[in-house]
Design a protein around this ligand. Sequence first.
Ligand SMILES: Nc1ncnc2c1ncn2[C@@H]1O[C@H](COP(=O)(O)OP(=O)(O)OP(=O)(O)O)[C@@H](O)[C@H]1O
Ligand SMILES: [Mg+2]
Length: 380
Amino acid sequence: MPIHLTINTGKIYAVRSIQKSQSKAQGAKPEKRKAIGARFVLLRPAGYPLKSVFQEHPVVSDSKLFERYAQEQWYGEKLLSGSYLFDSRLYPDFAFQVVKVYPRHSVMGSQTTIKVEAKEEPKKTVVYDVSFDDVIGQETAKRKVKIVKRFLADPEKFGRWAPRNILFYGLSGTGKTMIAKALSAETGVPMLAVKSTSLIGEFVGEGARQIHSLYEKAAESAPCIIFIDELDAIALDRRYQDLRGDVSEIVNSLLTEMDGISNRKGICTIAATNQIEFLDASVRSRFEEEIEFKLPSQEERLIILEKNAATMPVAMQNVSLKEVARQTEGFSGRDLVEKVLKAALHHAIMDDCNITQRHLEETIARARKEYRQPPKEMFS
Ligand SMILES: Nc1ncnc2c1ncn2[C@@H]1O[C@H](COP(=O)(O)OP(=O)(O)OP(=O)(O)O)[C@@H](O)[C@H]1O
Ligand SMILES: [Mg+2]
């Protein structure tokens, strides 16, 4: 059936008029109607209609290039949610399913933004190789997390008493992600991890959809932990965020899931933030427990240094880690590992020698200078 397109490319929408000539045998009169070029379409690679061992599964290597290719190839094709588009060029008959199209009842246009769903990354459900013993200090956090541990071992028993939403807060590099991983490792329960920043997509509704499918996926593998890192990126108090429609949509979608309106069982949400004081009150109130992560004490710094130093590939010579611990007041666990030990190791390698006290003390001084300068206003 021939389709004649008269193209009138608007700023956002490519609006065309399609003259649809229906089969003459049916004696139908040509029907004239407007077709709207879609603004956005989400495609899911669906595979071939037939299976064989020789099949190649194409992967989109450059999304912009693919967009051009798809716009040209499927120009004027109706985009109905659930329908298929078949490649007829590089991978003949490889199908893409239309997952979402905006606006509805539109066609592929020259301005249509096309997004292809990424393959689900199985690594996200990996059970980690970290234990509670690896986390030095943070005793309160470990004690409180025991509740979650008990619940994940037997979610049925808890019923409505189940811990649902827990908030980890505190300075960066103090072990929040580590404890979440240890919880997953020690209970053998999978953890679905997501960074809030990755939920803020280009398209309205995308983040909200991701939240929904995250909880759906968790429900499939329940009991399950959902770990939402950098919560402040989406849930900043309205006074501090330049409120974008999609961000509040993500928060609303998160609130719905956290409230468990859909009554999902065996899922525990753990969120982490460095800025609890700026969190949106409606989000913050959903957490039944707020667990603070503190900077390590001198004794704890010494243990972190000793444990990590024992695994280093270059020997230490005449080093007093006790002295290093004494000099690193205010450093987090991550600072000690990354900025002190690792930097000293790298300098020792550059100097072709073992790690000495000088290497360590120089890196401490450098770390203090780079990262710990007080704000200028304090002294002005
Ligand atoms: N309490 C701790 N005990 C042992 N090692 C620690 C501790 N805290 C931090 N570390 C070290 O620092 C690294 C980073 O810690 P982690 O990722 O858990 O920090 P975080 O609190 O999640 O930080 P952010 O807020 O930046 O995400 C760990 O992999 C570990 O090497
Ligand atoms: Mg973290």
